[in-house]
Design a protein around this ligand. Structure first.
Ligand SMILES: Cc1ncc(COP(=O)(O)O)c(C=O)c1O
Length: 278
């Protein structure tokens, strides 16, 4: 990971090589805590407020004291301004007492260089039995630190020669990628799994739905199976880091990176430019 500048720990700048928190923190020991990844374009963060809303929601679901919003916002802005083009990451650790989450908890903010990515992605469908797939758990919808299962799915898909995984719930529903939302276009209609399936409320997905609306595209959010994706004309990933990225293979089914995806990519870039007045 390439960290740009210093790391803020509870707002205090620390050199990246010296940045640390306790090994007794349940963020480290049990993946208990929450985080956000935001995109800074030339030093301005896209949709900072929705990211802070989601961080608060995650903290509430984890029953951690709500981190001070104004302080976190100003730490994120100052890190973004210094780093410029980057991914700004915020972590709220669970603290050092599993019986009282939030005890000695820390907020860590830093910026990471944007890695030049591939122009498209290949994915392997993988069953995600740990996902609630429409049922509910305490942490459904939270961006909690415990991403081990998701990461393991990515690593396994990469071992099988794919760029990443596409998670499918134990009831057979298409969910999301380990770190991205999924969408596809069938006969001009934009489809994406609905939030009721228990996926993360992706900020990029919300923005792309807005873009599709502006383009006059019909948008359907619902419950879908793998066949719905396989029968689509175009498929794409959506996330803060990947923005809108064409998916050119789902298992052995090949897709072209079509005009619908291109118009969503262009529309997303215009939306960012407009909101950040670039
Ligand atoms: C599981 C999951 N789904 C979707 C996303 C995309 O969310 P966003 O657009 O807010 O980056 C992420 C981002 O990390 C994720 O981890």
């Amino acid at each position: 990971m390439s960290v740009l500048g210093s790391v803020l720990i509870d707002g205090v700048p620390v050199a990246a090589e010296d940045a640390s928190i306790s090994v007794f923190d349940i963020g480290f020991q049990r993946g208990y805590g929450c985080f956000e990844a935001m995109r800074s374009y030339d030093g301005s963060i896209f949709r900072l407020e929705p990211h802070l809303d989601r961080l608060e929601l995650s903290a509430t679901k984890l029953r951690l004291p709500t981190p001070d919003r104004d302080s976190i916002a100003s730490w994120c802005r100052s890190i973004a301004e210094t780093a410029g083009e980057s991914v700004v990451r915020v972590f709220v650790s669970g603290g050092t007492d599993a019986r009282a989450p939030g005890t000695d908890s820390h907020v860590v903010v830093f910026a990471e260089a944007v890695r030049p990515g591939a122009p498209n992605l290949t994915v392997q469908t993988r069953i995600a039995p740990w996902h609630t797939d429409g049922d509910w758990s305490e942490l459904t919808g939270a961006k909690a630190l415990s991403y081990g299962f998701n990461l393991a799915a990515s690593v396994a898909a990469q071992d099988d020669g794919f760029g990443d995984a596409l998670l499918v719930g134990r009831h057979g529903h298409v969910l999301e990628g380990p770190t991205f939302s999924i969408g596809w276009i069938s006969e001009g209609v934009f489809h994406t799994p609905g939030l009721e399936i228990g996926i993360l409320e992706s900020i990029t997905r919300t923005a792309v739905i807005e873009v599709a609306g502006r383009l006059g595209m019909t948008v359907r959010e619902g419950i879908y199976g793998v066949d719905d994706v396989m029968n689509a004309d175009e498929v794409f990933a959506m996330s803060t880091v990947r923005e809108v990225l064409p998916i050119v293979h789902v298992d052995d089914r090949e897709f072209g990176s079509g005009v619908g995806t291109k118009s969503l990519q262009d529309g997303f870039t215009s939306l960012v430019d407009e909101e950040l007045r670039r």
